[in-house]
Design a protein around this ligand. Sequence first.
Ligand code: MN3
Length: 243
Amino acid sequence: MKKNTSRRKFIATSIQAGITAGVLSTIPKGLMAFGTHDDHPTFKQSTLPYSYQALEPVIDAMTMEIHYTKHAAAYTKNLNDAAAVELKGKDISLENLFTNISGYSAKMRNNGGGHYNHELFWKSMQAPGTALHDGALKNAINKTFTDYDNFKIKMTEAAMTRFGSGWAWLYLDEKKALQIGSTPNQDNPLMDVSPIKGMPLLGLDVWEHAYYLKYQNRRAEYVSNWFNLVNWKFVEERLEKNS
Ligand code: MN3
């Protein structure tokens, strides 16, 4: 697919330049100026694990569709544009890149974070109604925050005190302890620029684009309802993988 696309682009550009298709077929592949996007990491949105309607009534279908196909898609596209310039010849994961994100452009920081954070966000939700079950995650939450209700209060506080756009996080700090905090814009705890550092387990998007159509300015109501969407099994798997 990728090769065909770059060849089509090459042909189109070459025809514009007045080169005939006959000449084209004699040019060795290695000399083609196009297809440099094969030399840098590329990023793809994963398919949503549910329909746009699946999270109703907590998050409406229209919000999900716009959020996934417009906002999140734009982060992924812009990340790929930044990668084409800044990651040429590099084979690096986003998680590794974030540890030195201060060495890259604001475009890389904002869109790399935007892509990563949303990929995590989609996977950490499911149709409403599944409570936190007994197991490793519940034990860790109880140990750190006394109980689930207190965890919810702390996470809500992080979401509500984040001024403007950003994310609230449940994350594992460098000592593998559970922590709650928040970051502005599309930053996350993996970034060297972040004041809170560690591995994100669960992220809550508090950008207005995540809730405005249904909740308008009522962030508190969105946050409170959002807890009913959390895919605790997914969060527990991340905890176990990173402990
Ligand atoms: Mn968002």
